[in-house]
Design a protein around this ligand. Sequence first.
Ligand SMILES: NC(=O)c1ccc[n+]([C@@H]2O[C@H](COP(=O)([O-])OP(=O)(O)OC[C@H]3O[C@@H](n4cnc5c(N)ncnc54)[C@H](OP(=O)(O)O)[C@@H]3O)[C@@H](O)[C@H]2O)c1
Length: 319
Amino acid sequence: MKAVAIQAFGRPEGLAVIDLPAPAPAYGQVLIATEAIGVGGVDAVIRSGALAAYGFKEGHIPGSEVAGTVTAVGDNVATSWIGQRVWAFTSAGGYVEQAIAPVEEILPLPANLSAVDAVTLGSSGVVAHFGLSHAHFAPGESVLVRGAAGSIGIMTVQLAARGGASAVAVTTSSAERGDRLRELGATHVLDRSGEGGEGAPAGYDVIIDIVAGVDMPSFFAKLNPNGRMVAVGAVGGQPPADFGTTMMAAFQKSMSFATFSAATVAEPDRRPVRTEQFAAAGRGELHTVVHELLPLEQAVLAHQKMAAGEVFGRIVLTP
Ligand SMILES: NC(=O)c1ccc[n+]([C@@H]2O[C@H](COP(=O)([O-])OP(=O)(O)OC[C@H]3O[C@@H](n4cnc5c(N)ncnc54)[C@H](OP(=O)(O)O)[C@@H]3O)[C@@H](O)[C@H]2O)c1
C-alpha cells in the first residue's frame, strides 16, 4: 500500500511517499481502507523534529485521524464491524491507504456525514468541547478564541456561540478570515496582537488559547476577575519564561491558567461528545471547514501550505 513517512526531520520536503505491505489487524484492532485522512498541526510539529525527544523518530508515519471502511478485524473484535464506515483515532500512522486503529477508538459514521467532514471535526471538536469545559465556560460568559482560524478554533467558536456565550471574540490575521469566522459565530474580530474588534468586551471570562508564544501574557491580562485561560495549543511557540510573574502580578483578580490535552479525557467520555457532534454536523448545526482536499501523494504540498500559514480550517488527504 501507499504511505507517507517522515524520511528527514525539518522541512515539508522531508516527507516521502513509500510502499509498504498492507498491515494485518492485531488483537483488538481493525483495518480501515481510508477515504479521508486529517492533516493536523501536530503532524507538522512531529515532522519538524521538535518532538524527537518524545520518541518520534525519522521513518514515522504521521496522521492521527482517518475515516473509511473497516475491511478486516483482529482477534476479540466483532466481525460485524467489517463493511462499516467509521471515523478512527489512529494516534499515528494515518497517512496510509490502509490504517490500523484500536476498536475502542472507532466510531460509526452517520449516513449523512462524509468521511472528509468526519476527519475535519473528529479530534478538533473534542478538543474544543473539553477545552471549554476545562475552562468552566458557562452560558452568558464572554469568550476569546486565540488562533481561531484552525480547525480547533473554528469548532471552539461554534461551540461557544451555541453554548450561549455573551460574546465570542477571535484573533486572526486577515479581515477575510474574520468575516468567515463571523459566519461561524464570532461576534468580534481582533488582530493577532489582540487589537481591533470595535465594541469588543474590555475583558473576557474565558480565553481558549491555541497560540501561546511571546504574546501570551498580554492576552492573560485580558481576563476578567475570576477569568480562566486554557492553553490547548502552542502554534506560536512557548510563552516567555517570566509568564509566571505576569500571573502573580494579577494576584488580586483571582485568575486561572491551565493547559488542556484531550489525551487526558478517557475514551468513554470522549465518545458521547463526538457522537453528538457528528450528529449535529450531519444535521448542519455544526460546520466543518475543509481548506482543501489533496491526494495522499501530495502530503508535502499539504505541509507546505500549513507552513505558509495558508490554511483556514483543515487540509484533508485522500488516498
Ligand atoms: N489540546 C489538545 O488535545 C490538542 C489536540 C490536537 C492538537 N493540539 C494542538 O493544537 C494546535 C493546532 O491546532 P489547529 O490545527 O487548530 O491550529 P492551526 O491551524 O495550526 O493554527 C491556528 C491559527 O493560529 C494562527 N497562528 C498561527 N501561527 C501564529 C502565530 N505565530 N501567532 C499568532 N497566531 C498564529 C493562524 O491563524 P491566523 O493566520 O488567522 O492568525 C492559524 O490558522 C497545535 O499546537 C497542536 O499541538 C492540541
